[in-house]
Design a protein around this ligand. Structure first.
Ligand code: SAM
Length: 462
């Protein structure tokens, strides 16, 4: 009665939360399984950013509820952003739920499951749904456990929770609350512990990760709290690479741009959410920058790190987006030449300021605009990858590739996936790889070892 399966929807923050819950459950004697069918308890960690994500989780819950009717001992719970967003109204639609847990209460899940099981064993009829959607001071410090059973070459580290921005389209301030920052000492201790267990790369996580410490930690010689944290993480011995996501363009001031030139572990890859290339739409979205400022940040980053890789988020079909607005986005998107991008069709979120505006861009226009950007992205990604053919890249090998015998997966400094034949002993090492082929998304190559003919290096390494 204690096998738990956790299904995660949405972003890296959600994945990280699920990982921490899984470890907390294991520590409490639960078995966390990879296979939904064998589980006695299924927990869905949900996303609320777009309606589609919510509908997926609701559909899944409905499906699982049937299983519950056949087996009343089966336990079904919803955690995270959708639970927080919709609250107990979800129970009208999904009355079979046993557990509804908000974004500041993940650490309470083991105790709540214990409670459900205890009551069930002792009393027969199932108690009503257990609900905890409250705010909790200090909950940002509870996402720190990592699965210790296998080495994580690359690990996510949550440095803060919540969001203080007021983008008119976005539900996150409602689902995640106001910004709360972890202590720098605690973050560094967590990373040191990870490194002692074999981690070589960390990705610092936050909704607006470069707001870290704002108005709580003082600037030092013009250096923001976030860059102070990067400096400390950069000094951790044994760590090789630092990344972070997801930042806001507003936080790319001089100190952060310059950090790319002086912190050797900070990888030359930036996710820079643009949302729109039209100043008019940016204003309506309440994004505090212009297309000119965005291009200036890109130019500054490229001046410090000419090889820097860039990715972005774009929303097409925001209320009132005209052809002219979209062309401004398309032109800017093309001009920057992103390596990667997430392109979203605007989805109205009830309770956000944009929900008060008319969602007036027809679905087929959103589709068409989405397609135009995807086509540009395909071209620019392939072009950027093709330029790497023949170069030697330092690849941090993370583990066996999903497909292909003897193939291993790693990433180059620019965060591009690379497949390479290698020896399992090299997992966790940064190895030199000569790039020989590419697709839009993935590079391939072979190891190039000093003084060894490259074409046979792959064979030697095996
Ligand atoms: N740090 C990011 C930023 O600068 O705004 C926020 C991350 S958000 C969780 C991920 C992305 O989802 C956003 O950047 C935005 O492109 C997209 N998104 C958010 N709300 C949306 C909505 N209502 N409709 C469509 N896409 C949305």
């Amino acid at each position: 009665m204690n096998r738990v399966y956790i299904k995660t929807y949405g972003c890296q923050m959600n994945e990280r939360d699920s990982e921490a819950v899984a470890v907390q459950l294991r520590d409490r004697g639960y078995t966390v399984v990879d296979d939904e069918k064998s589980a006695d308890i299924v927990l869905l960690n949900t996303c609320a950013v777009r309606d589609q994500a919510e509908q997926k989780a609701i559909g899944k819950t409905g499906h699982l509820a049937k299983r519950k009717r056949d087996n009343p001992d089966f336990i079904l719970g919803i955690m995270g952003c959708m639970a927080q967003n919709r609250g107990t109204e979800l129970l009208d639609r999904l009355p079979d739920l046993d557990l509804l847990v908000g974004t500041q209460k993940f650490h309470r899940v083991p105790e709540m499951l214990d409670q459900l099981i205890r009551r069930e064993n002792a009393l027969g009829p199932r108690p009503n749904t257990l609900v905890d959607l409250e705010e909790e001071a200090g909950s940002e410090e509870t996402i720190r456990e990592h699965s210790g059973d296998q080495r994580q070459v690359s690990a996510y580290v949550s440095i803060m929770q919540g969001c203080n921005m007021h983008c008119t389209f976005c539900i996150v301030p409602k689902t995640r609350g106001a910004e709360r920052y972890r202590e720098m000492d605690s973050i560094c201790a967590e990373i040191e512990e990870l490194v002692s267990r074999g981690t070589r790369e960390v990705t610092l996580l936050g909704q607006i990760v470069n707001s870290y410490g704002m108005r709580r930690i003082a600037y030092r010689n013009g250096i923001s709290p976030f860059v102070q944290l990067l400096e400390r993480v950069n000094a951790i011995e044994g760590l090789e690479r630092i990344r972070f996501t997801s930042p806001h363009p507003r936080g790319f001031q001089k100190d952060l741009v310059e950090a790319y030139g002086r912190l050797e572990k900070l990888m030359p890859y930036v996710h820079l959410p643009l949302q729109s290339g039209s100043d008019r739409v940016l204003k309506r979205m309440r994004r505090p920058y212009t297309r000119r400022r965005f291009l200036e940040i890109v130019a500054q980053l490229r001046a410090v790190q000419p090889e820097i890789s860039l990715s972005t988020d774009i929303i097409v079909g925001f209320p009132g987006e005209t052809e002219e607005d979209f062309h401004a986005t398309r032109d800017l998107f093309e001009e920057v030449g992103f390596d990667m991008a997430f392109i979203f069709k605007y989805s109205e979120r009830s309770g956000t300021p944009a929900a008060e505006m008319e969602d007036d861009v027809p679905a087929e226009v959103k589709d068409a605009r989405n397609k135009v950007l995807l086509e540009i992205l395909g071209r620019s990604s392939l072009e950027r990858n093709t330029a790497l053919i023949g170069t030697e890249q330092s690849i941090l090998l993370e583990g066996p590739a999903r497909k292909g015998e003897g193939l291993f997966m790693g990433r180059n400094p620019g965060n591009r996936k690379v497949l390479v034949p290698a020896n399992p002993r090299l997992v966790g090492e940064c190895v030199p790889v000569r790039i020989t082929e590419t697709t839009v998304t993935t590079l391939s190559g072979h190891l190039c070892l000093a003084g060894v003919d490259e074409s046979s290096a792959g064979m030697l390494a095996r």
